[in-house]
Design a protein around this ligand. Structure first.
Ligand SMILES: *[C@@H]1O[C@H](CO)[C@@H](O)[C@H](O)[C@H]1NC(C)=O
Ligand SMILES: *[C@@H]1O[C@H](CO)[C@@H](O)[C@H](O)[C@H]1NC(C)=O
Ligand SMILES: *[C@@H]1O[C@H](CO)[C@@H](O)[C@H](O)[C@H]1NC(C)=O
Ligand SMILES: *[C@@H]1O[C@H](CO)[C@@H](O)[C@H](O)[C@H]1NC(C)=O
Length: 825
């Protein structure tokens, strides 16, 4: 039993009074405790595992199906899958430090499920409450909830006590208690307790026990041993055991079994007399004709320090209520939704953010890397990574673009996720960034997709499983780092200016922004990642360096040649004729035919962002030489964008390549211009000098309804481009929130005056910028909200013609940036 208030007050006091290294220890302890337990198995509808426990983690998952029909098996839900066609699988409120509530509407199985997850405030104990009721009580259905859990045994044979999880006692037919142990978690107990609900029984039958062990009228429990690396296949195991049982049953009873027994037939039993092991199935089958439904709790308690043990259903209820209150108040502290339909829009925003946070997972395992395939001109036709070898194990704490479609780490998406998360929980965003940066290898490389272990790999088509250390991807993490450090530096400056202690501010800001307000902490953290980031910068700029030498003859007479910073020009290695996967904008049109001398305007802009964030870290760390060095690179890049990549003829920033002039047969430098996200990126990434004459032109381009501006957001490719809507049509017109967000934010950055409501903005560009900002912001919010209202989902991208959702559903990756847009932008 506990109360939330002293806890929060306690934390704030610690922050204020404890100084120096113990401050850092306190913070690190708080981080690891508050983030130890959560539903970190992103790929499951509901799956728990602890963070940073790799050798012998405890693992749990929940599956369900309607067992009143013999063809039930395909509807057994486990891993999030679009093909399940659930109306909803959504965290309505969630925070990994606190817990939350997931709502699942499954028409096919006729069940409305609510799964709550909460923790004690010391983070050591947790409870899961499963509640369900029929969507239609008149449909004859039986809802079966199958929980599985295991204590992995791990690798170490030197352990004095082997990790275990075993049934301790059967409290009643349906309430069970288990004991477990692992070296990392020490001793713990887990109990299953029913709160209400009727098990399935058919009144026309004398008993539901069709054969010993198969009885839907009470909880079934089966224990066995499953190797650690097979645990994620729990659904397959269940299915196999059940099929065996059914086959045997039919052998014994004949084909014509009374259909009233169906739910019992679909109940698991230990047919093969497997000895008990660490793995357990617990199946509960409820009568689904009661509109009140059912409810049971699963409670995990650490037995080491029992101070905050969760005792009973009252404790669980209290925890759920305080968790929801706490999440709501944290949300309101960070976002102000000032809209018509304020309440509805606020719950929309909270739900979207909750699903981004609910996608945060902890992954551990090997990844497959091809280190021998070299890239050359031939690769323009096809890149085959056929020399993949397993490397690792590694671990990664990350959010995911979409639990249903992309349940793994994506380097290019993650920075955008963190732009959202940092506004809600700055320290959590940093913790995730830290995990990613730890993956930077000794050469400075980091994989584009981080696919760790067989469970994560099972969701990836073969041809995308292998990663190559030649291939880069937009370094969005450094963009977020730059935004974070801007806040840190801003705060330091304001403290210096005000010349007073920052304790007051700390007290107000609370416990999830300690890195932002404590310079000791942030210095400690960034000094730890700095060496890796230096390597990453070095790797990126070395491997993606543009072949400027190829232009020497063409440009030797041109004054441009002298002005160019020749060491600061870049391209994406690994593009093919049709795709440039490294750029993140897969089928966005590029130079045709491809040439090794191609220089990409977006690569250059992204390196500029890297240089800027390296400059900021150097500033935080007082490394003056480095600060000067990176400031110079940033400056060079901004100049190169202006003098080389701007096309006066096309009025936009463009890729550059070498092509043969058909009339003269001479090679010449050409601007390859396709107006759209690539041409907007120098602006979106704030890489244009504030006094550049090109700013005006970018603003007009974005405001042009015949090219980029639409009632639903900025189009990825101009309607006037010859490739608009063509072929795969992925980044050829569809509206994506990530780049829209960058552009919106950049308008505010370049024209801060537009935010001043009192100031009249009559002059040309300022007026256009203000209209653009207001209109674009409105259109994005209205459309994404409208689509969510009518479908229940946010999408990967949106159709340029009518604004409807396209691509992966429940894409609460970067589409959740809409919460920032609504909440403060
Ligand atoms: C942090 O945790 C470690 C290990 O549990 C413990 O030894 C240490 O005293 C803790 N430090 C603080 C400041 O709480
Ligand atoms: C599911 O249950 C929730 C909570 O009781 C309720 O608000 C919602 O309307 C239900 N949805 C459906 C489709 O039955
Ligand atoms: C109960 O069993 C009978 C057959 O014995 C069947 O016709 C009936 O539909 C069953 N009732 C339910 C609620 O499943
Ligand atoms: C909220 O919206 C109202 C009406 O549009 C406006 O008057 C008010 O200034 C807004 N407040 C903030 C904080 O934006």
């Amino acid at each position: 039993m506990f109360n939330i208030v002293p806890y929060i007050v306690g934390l704030i006091c610690l922050t204020i009074y404890v100084q120096g290294s113990s401050d850092i220890d306190t913070f690190k302890n708080y981080t690891s405790q508050s983030l130890l337990w959560a539903p970190y198995r992103s790929q499951c509808y509901f799956g728990i595992r602890p963070r940073n426990i790799n050798d012998s983690p405890f693992i749990m998952g929940i599956m369900w199906f309607d067992t009143n029909r013999m063809d039930a098996m395909p509807n057994l839900r486990h891993q999030v899958d679009m093909d399940d066609k659930l109306e909803k699988f959504s965290w309505v409120a969630y925070d990994p430090r606190i817990g939350g509530k997931e709502s699942i509407i499954d028409h096919e199985n006729n069940v409305n499920l609510t799964i709550s997850f909460v923790k004690s405030h010391d983070g050591k104990n947790w409870a899961t409450r499963v509640e369900g009721k029929p969507i239609d009580p008149n449909k004859k259905t039986a809802i079966s909830i199958v929980t599985y859990m295991t204590q992995n045994v791990g690798s170490s044979s030197a352990q004095t006590i082997r990790p275990f999880l075993k049934l301790n006692k059967v409290i009643s037919d349906n309430d069970l208690e288990f004991n477990g142990y692992s070296p990392e978690l020490n001793r713990y107990s887990i109990s299953f307790k029913d709160n209400f609900g009727n098990y399935f029984q058919n009144d026309t039958l004398p008993t539901m026990e069709i054969v010993p062990g198969c009885d839907s009228s009470k909880t079934s429990h089966m224990s066995l041993t499953i190797p650690d690396e097979e645990v994620w296949k729990a659904r397959d195991v269940f299915q196999t055991l059940l099929s065996d049982s059914i086959t045997k049953l039919v052998e014994e009873k004949g084909e014509n079994i009374n259909s009233g027994y169906t739910p019992s037939i679909l109940t698991i039993r230990n047919l093969h007399d497997f000895p008990a092991g660490n793995f357990h199935f617990i199946q509960k089958t409820y009568d689904n004709s009661q509109s009140k439904g059912f409810q049971f709790d699963i409670i995990y308690n650490s037995n080491v320090d029992r101070k905050e043990n969760i005792q009973n259903k009252k404790d669980v209820s209290r925890l759920i209520n305080s968790a929801i209150d706490e999440i709501n108040s944290r949300f309101d502290k960070h976002f102000e939704i000032n809209e018509t339909d304020k309440e509805e829009k606020r719950s929309f925003a909270l739900e979207i953010l909750s699903n981004l946070l609910g996608g945060i997972g902890y992954f551990h395992g090997n990844q497959i890397v091809d280190r021998s395939t070299e890239f050359d001109e031939d690769q323009f036709n096809e890149i085959k990574l056929i020399h993949g070898k397993e490397e690792g194990p590694f671990d990664l704490f990350t959010s995911v673009p979409s639990r249903a479609f992309f349940p793994r780490g994506f380097y290019w998406d993650e920075g955008f996720h963190l732009l959202q998360i940092m506004e809600y929980d700055f320290d959590l965003a940093f913790e995730i960034m830290d995990s990613w940066i730890n993956l930077i290898d000794k050469d400075g490389w980091i994989a584009r997709e981080v696919i760790l272990g067989p469970e994560a790999r099972s969701r990836v088509p073969q041809e995308f499983q292998v990663q190559s250390p030649n291939i880069a991807n937009p370094p969005t993490l450094l963009l977020t780092l730059s935004e974070m450090l801007s806040k840190v530096l801003e705060h330091e400056t304001s403290v210096k200016l005000e010349n007073k202690e920052d304790t007051e501010k700390l007290a107000i800001k609370g416990d999830t922004e300690q890195l932002k307000y404590s310079s000791d902490l942030i210095i400690n953290y960034v000094s730890a990642i700095y060496p890796k980031l230096l390597k990453h910068f070095e790797w990126f700029t070395r491997t993606q360096r543009g072949l400027i030498e190829e232009y020497s003859e063409i440009l030797e007479e041109n004054p441009l040649w002298e002005k160019l910073h020749k060491d600061n020009l870049y391209k994406w290695v690994g593009r093919t004729v049709r795709h440039c996967l490294p750029s993140g904008l897969d089928d966005y049109p590029r130079a045709q035919p491809p040439d090794i001398a191609e220089l990409n305007v977006d690569t250059l802009s992204w390196v500029g962002v890297m240089a800027r964030s390296m400059k900021q870290i150097a500033e935080v760390l007082n490394r003056n030489q480095d600060q000067i060095k990176f400031a110079k690179i940033e400056q060079n890049i901004m100049e190169n964008l202006e003098i080389l990549h701007w096309s006066e003829e096309n009025n936009c920033y463009c890729d550059v390549s070498i092509q043969e002039n058909e009339d003269t047969d001479e090679e010449e430098l050409v601007h390859v211009c396709h107006e759209g996200y690539v041409s907007l990126l120098p602006f979106g990434l704030k890489m244009i000098p504030p006094n550049s004459p090109h700013l005006d032109k970018v603003i007009s381009a974005m405001s042009d309804k015949s090219t980029l501006f639409s009632p639903y957001g900025l189009l990825s490719l101009s309607q006037k481009d010859q490739y608009f809507g063509q072929d795969e049509n992925y980044w050829r017109g569809k509206i994506w929130l990530n780049i829209n967000y960058l552009c919106l934010d950049a308008i505010k950055h370049y024209y801060p005056e537009i935010m001043d409501t009192k100031k009249a903005t009559s002059s040309g560009t300022l007026k256009t910028a203000k209209q653009l900002y207001t209109g674009l912001r409105r259109n994005l919010i209205d459309n994404i909200y409208k689509v969510w209202k009518s479908t229940g989902f946010v999408f990967e991208n949106y159709n340029p013609q009518d604004g409807t959702g396209a691509g992966a559903k429940q894409f609460t990756g970067w589409t959740s940036l809409i919460v920032n847009i609504m909440g403060f932008l």
